[in-house]
Design a protein around this ligand. Sequence first.
Ligand SMILES: Nc1nc2c(ncn2[C@@H]2O[C@H](COP(=O)(O)OP(=O)(O)O)[C@@H](O)[C@H]2O)c(=O)[nH]1
Ligand SMILES: [Mg+2]
Length: 311
Amino acid sequence: MSASFTSVTSPGRVVEDRSLPNLAVPVLDDAMSGRVHDAAISRQAANGATVGPSTTRAHSMVSLIIPTKNEAPNIAWVLESIPDCVDEVIIVDGRSTDATIVTALSCRPDVRVIMQENIGKGEALRTGFRAAGGDIIVMIDADGSMAPSEIPHYLHFLENGYDFVKGSRFIGGGGSRDISPTRRLGNKGLVHLVNGLYDAGLTDLCYGFCAFHRRYLDYLGVSTQGFEVEAKMVVSALKSGLRIAEVPSLEMPRRFGHSNLHTFRDGIRVLRTVLREHDSGLSGHAVQQVRSMVHRPSARSSAVPSPAGRP
Ligand SMILES: Nc1nc2c(ncn2[C@@H]2O[C@H](COP(=O)(O)OP(=O)(O)O)[C@@H](O)[C@H]2O)c(=O)[nH]1
Ligand SMILES: [Mg+2]
């Protein structure tokens, strides 16, 4: 694969993995701009402003995938909030029994609607990803808990050297007005577990606002059925050594209706996914270490500092 194995994540910014001197040079500039820009994003997000994409965007086509299950009261707000940088909108509907599809089409006639064959958010996203025509794929929920106006932040990082960008509610500029204390605790424990198992520095895990380059779709292992899909994608990205960035995201309360997620049942599915993935392969850090040994010139090896916190 063509992905560079040079990244680790840390709260609110991307940290260069200095164990890879050969590959570090082109990425370093991106990482530096990422830090600077991230601070700007945090400030602007706090002010409710949108970072305009026009100055940094290349001409990648952007597809937005929205899974829906009985979101008639919410979908219009989501569709009307989509910024111009999105070229294609795909709704994957999970057998809604309300007017979700009619509402969506009357609000935005150019939206593509795909009827999901099976059930589950994971299956819906997989269907949408396969149908997407864009070079960049963004996923967002349909319940109004995520603001489409944040999408340019994600694009900025994708267009400046990163492969997979995920929202975080738990870094500066982010937040959640939706998450229950139980889910917050569970998410925190799972983040801790993933960071330990995969040597990562993530601040959030079970959050469905992500974006990535379509060329890495096969590496994201989108094979799970339900709400564990986000954790599966993040862990797969770590294992593949993709360059990951976290951007601050503000999760608002679902506008109307109730969550389809069952905290304990789905939390256990996430836990099992995280553990199963660890048993079945190398962590991203392990892959990076092997690559660093292959690429590192022997004369320089003693002068190369170890990444912070690693032996
Ligand atoms: N297509 C499809 N979408 C689903 C399914 N389950 C949930 N969703 C959608 O996935 C998103 C997140 O679901 P939600 O119930 O809000 O879960 P929560 O945000 O984790 O509490 C929403 O846009 C839902 O409409 C499903 O089985 N099929
Ligand atoms: Mg929700």
